[in-house]
Ligand binder design. Structure first.
Ligand SMILES: [Zn+2]
Length: 305
C-alpha cells in the first residue's frame, strides 16, 4: 500500500498500549529485511533513515526504495526522517516524499529548539505530515557518558508540557535513561520520570537508543506512553553477523548475494522479535491498522447502515 503518515499509526499505538518499531535502514537489504518482517508479523512499521544513511544511499534512491517496498507490502509503512538536523533538511525530505519528519534541536538552547521546531511544524502541517522533536538529550555512547551525564540530560516534565504546547508537534522523543549506540541491553529506564511526563503530555512519546535498554524496561515504558521505539544498533549488528557468518562458512565465495541474504535474514529476525516484544504484531490490517478508535468508529458506522 502507499506510504502512510506516522500520526494515526502512533495514536493507535498509544491508545492500544503497544509501540511501533522504527527501524533504521542504510541499504536495500536492511529495507527488505524490515518490511518482510512487518508483512510476516502483520505489523505496522516505521522505516527511518538518518542523515548518514541519506549521505550513503542518496536521498532520491533511499526514498524510491522505501516507497516501492511499501507499495508492494500489505501492511502500513511510514518513511521517517531520523534526527533531522535543520529546517532545510526537513523541507528537502518532505519534498522527497517522507511521510514523517523529525527535528532534533536537543543540543540547541531551549527557545531556539522551540522556534525551529515550530517553524517545521507550520510548514509540514500544510500537507498533513507529522513532526517528532526531541527534548532533553539522548546521548551517544561513543562520548563515554557517565550515569550522572545521562541523568543530567533527561527530559524535564514541565518543560516537555511547555514544548509540546508551543511547537504543536505530533510526537516527542524523551530522554529517560537510554543512550544511543549501546552494544548491550543493560540500561533501566526512569519509569517514574516517564509517568511524570505522561501526566503532562498527551501526544505519543518516543524512545531512542533502545538497543541499550533491558527488554523488561522497554515493555514497562510502553504501558506509560512510549508509542514509537527506535532500533538501529541491533540491526547493524545482525547485518554484520550475516556477512561474518557467511565468510566463515565459505571464505572463497565471490557472490555478494550469498552473504547479503544472510544479513537480510538476520535483520528480519531481529525486527520480528522486536515487533512481538513491542506488541505491534497482528496490529496491521489490509487497509491500515487495528485501533480501538477505528474499530469503535466502524462499529458506529455499521450500526448506522
Ligand atoms: Zn536517536
Amino acid at each position: 500500500m502507499p506510504l502512510v503518515t506516522s500520526k494515526e499509526m502512533l495514536e493507535a499505538a498509544l491508545e492500544g498500549h503497544f509501540a511501533v518499531g522504527a527501524f533504521n535502514a542504510n541499504n536495500m537489504e536492511q529495507i527488505q529485511g524490515i518490511i518482510d518482517a512487518a508483512v510476516e508479523e502483520r505489523s505496522p512499521v516505521i522505516l527511518q533513515v538518518s542523515q548518514g544513511a541519506i549521505n550513503y544511499v542518496g536521498l532520491s534512491l533511499a526514498t524510491a526504495m522505501v516507497k516501492t517496498a511499501a507499495e508492494e507490502a500489505t501492511v502500513p509503512v511510514v518513511l521517517h526522517l531520523d534526527h533531522g538536523a535543520s529546517f532545510e533538511q526537513n523541507v528537502t525530505c518532505l519534498r522527497a516524499g517522507f511521510t514523517s519528519l523529525m527535528f532534533d534541536g536537543s543540543k540547541l538552547v531551549y527557545d531556539e529548539n522551540v522556534r525551529i521546531t515550530r517553524k517545521i511544524v507550520e510548514m509540514s502541517s500544510v500537507v498533513g505530515i507529522p513532526v517528532e522533536a526531541e527534548l532533553g538529550k539522548v546521548l551517544q555512547s561513543r562520548d563515554n557518558v557517565s550515569e550522572a551525564d545521562v541523568r543530567a540530560a533527561m527530559t524535564d516534565p514541565d518543560q516537555a508540557a511547555d514544548f509540546v504546547e508551543r511547537t504543536g508537534i505530533s510526537s516527542l522523543a524523551v530522554a529517560i535513561g537510554s543512550v544511543h549506540a549501546m552494544e548491550a541491553a543493560e540500561a533501566e529506564l526512569d519509569i517514574d520520570r516517564l509517568k511524570a511526563i505522561r501526566a503532562k503530555v498527551n501526544i505519543p512519546l518516543v524512545l531512542h537508543g533502545s538497543s541499550g535498554v533491558k527488554e523488561s524496561s522497554e515493555v514497562e515504558a510502553i504501558q506509560y506512553g512510549i508509542s514509537k521505539i527506535n532500533v538501529a544498533t541491533m540491526l547493524n549488528q545482525a547485518f554484520i553477523k550475516g556477512i561474518l557468518d557467511g565468510y566463515a562458512a565459505n571464505p572463497a565465495n565471490i557472490d555478494p548475494r550469498k552473504w547479503l541474504a544472510l544479513s537480510r535474514d538476520g535483520v528480519k529476525e531481529v525486527v520480528r522479535q522486536k515487533m512481538r516484544l513491542f506488541g505491534s504484531s497482528g496490529k496491521a490490517t489490509a487497509s491500515g491498522f487495528v485501533s480501538p478508535a477505528t474499530s469503535h468508529r466502524s462499529a458506529e458506522l455499521g450500526h448506522l447502515e
